[in-house]
Design a protein around this ligand. Structure first.
Ligand code: GLN
Length: 293
C-alpha cells in the first residue's frame, strides 16, 4: 500500500458522499497529512513508496480511514481538523460555533480601515454574537482597541472564543459575557459595536448544504422567519450602549441591505451606509452618529 493509493481511496469515498471532485481530493489529502502527521513536502516525496507493514503504518491508516468516514457523513472539514483560518489567524472551531467565513473578513477589514488603525482616541469595542470569537479576536490582534468585550448566548461558544483568545491574543484581556445580546453585559459604553448575528431565514436552512444544515449550530444561523430578528433588536438597543459619535457595523445577507439600513434609520441612526464584499454583494451595513434623545 502507498500513500497515493490511500489518497485515491479516500478521494473516491468523499466523491461518493456528494462532495465536489476538486474539494474531495483536497480534503482527502489534508486528512491524510493529519493522520500521518506529515507535511506536504514529505507526502510528495513518499507518496509512491510502499509503506512498511508495521504497527505504526497500520494505526495511521486506520486513523485516516476514520477521518474519511467522518467527512463522508458531510461533517465539515474544519470541525474534523479543529481549525479554520480567519484574517490569517488559526481559529479553533468545533460543532458549538459557526465556522468563520471569508465573507466576514469584509466587516473586519472595514472596521480596521475606519476605526482600528487611526491614531488619537483609543476606542472600546463590543462584538455581539461572537461565536468562535473570530471578529473580536482579529480586531484585537490587528486593530488598536484597548478594551474589547464580546457576548454570545451559548456558553459552549464562549468557551471556544475564550480558548481562541488565550492562544491568539494572550497579552490582551478580552472580556467575554454569556447572555442574550446586550442583556449579557453588566454595563458599558462602546465606541464601536460590531456583530455578525444569525441572519438566515428559518425556512432557508433546510435547503443549505449538509455541512451547514446538519453540523453547524442552528442557533448561530437562524435569524427567524424573515432573517431580520437580530437586526431589529440590535437597532432598537444599540443606542443605549454607544458613546456619542460611536459606530455600528453589522454583517448582513446579500439581500438584506435595504431592510437593515431602514431599521437603523428608523431607530435614530444617521450616516447609514451599505458596503459590498469582494464578490460585489451587499455584506455590511454601518452607521454612526446615533441621536441620543
Ligand atoms: N461572530 C461569529 C462569526 O462571524 C459567529 C456568528 C454567528 O454565530 N452568527 O463567525
Amino acid at each position: 500500500m502507498t500513500l497515493y493509493q490511500l489518497l485515491a481511496e479516500g478521494t473516491a469515498a468523499l466523491k461518493r458522499s456528494g462532495i465536489l471532485e476538486t474539494d474531495a481530493e483536497r480534503d482527502a489529502r489534508e486528512l491524510l497529512l493529519a493522520a500521518f502527521e506529515m507535511d506536504l513536502a514529505r507526502f510528495l516525496l513518499e507518496r509512491t513508496r510502499q509503506m512498511p507493514e508495521d504497527e505504526i503504518s497500520f494505526r495511521k491508516t486506520e486513523k485516516y480511514r476514520q477521518l474519511i468516514a467522518r467527512r463522508s457523513e458531510r461533517r465539515p472539514q474544519q470541525q474534523i481538523l479543529g481549525c479554520q483560518e480567519f484574517m490569517g489567524l488559526p481559529f479553533y472551531v468545533d460543532e458549538n460555533v459557526l465556522i468563520p467565513r471569508q465573507d466576514t473578513e469584509t466587516l473586519v477589514e472595514l472596521v480596521l480601515a475606519e476605526q482600528g488603525r487611526t491614531a488619537g482616541k483609543k476606542k472600546c469595542l463590543l462584538d455581539l454574537c461572537t461565536g468562535s470569537g473570530c471578529i473580536a479576536i482579529s480586531l484585537a490582534v490587528k486593530g488598536q482597541f484597548p478594551s474589547v468585550a464580546a457576548t454570545d448566548i451559548s456558553a459552549a461558544a464562549i468557551a471556544v472564543a475564550e480558548r481562541n483568545a488565550k492562544t491568539l491574543v494572550p497579552a490582551q484581556k478580552i472580556r467575554f459575557y454569556q447572555g442574550d445580546l446586550f442583556a449579557a453585559l453588566p454595563e458599558g459604553c462602546f465606541d464601536v459595536i460590531v456583530s455578525n448575528p444569525p441572519y438566515i431565514p428559518t425556512a432557508v436552512i433546510a435547503g443549505l448544504e449538509p455541512e451547514v444544515r446538519d453540523f453547524e449550530p442552528h442557533q448561530a444561523l437562524d435569524g427567524s422567519a424573515d432573517g431580520l430578528a437580530f437586526y431589529r433588536r440590535i437597532a432598537a438597543e444599540a443606542g443605549g450602549y454607544l458613546a456619542d459619535g460611536g459606530s455600528l457595523y453589522l454583517e448582513i445577507g446579500y439581500d438584506q441591505g435595504a431592510a437593515v439600513a431602514e431599521l437603523l434609520r428608523v431607530a435614530g441612526f444617521a450616516n447609514v451606509r451599505i458596503h459590498r464584499d469582494l464578490a460585489g454583494h451587499d455584506r455590511v451595513v454601518s452607521a454612526y452618529g446615533f441621536a441620543h434623545s
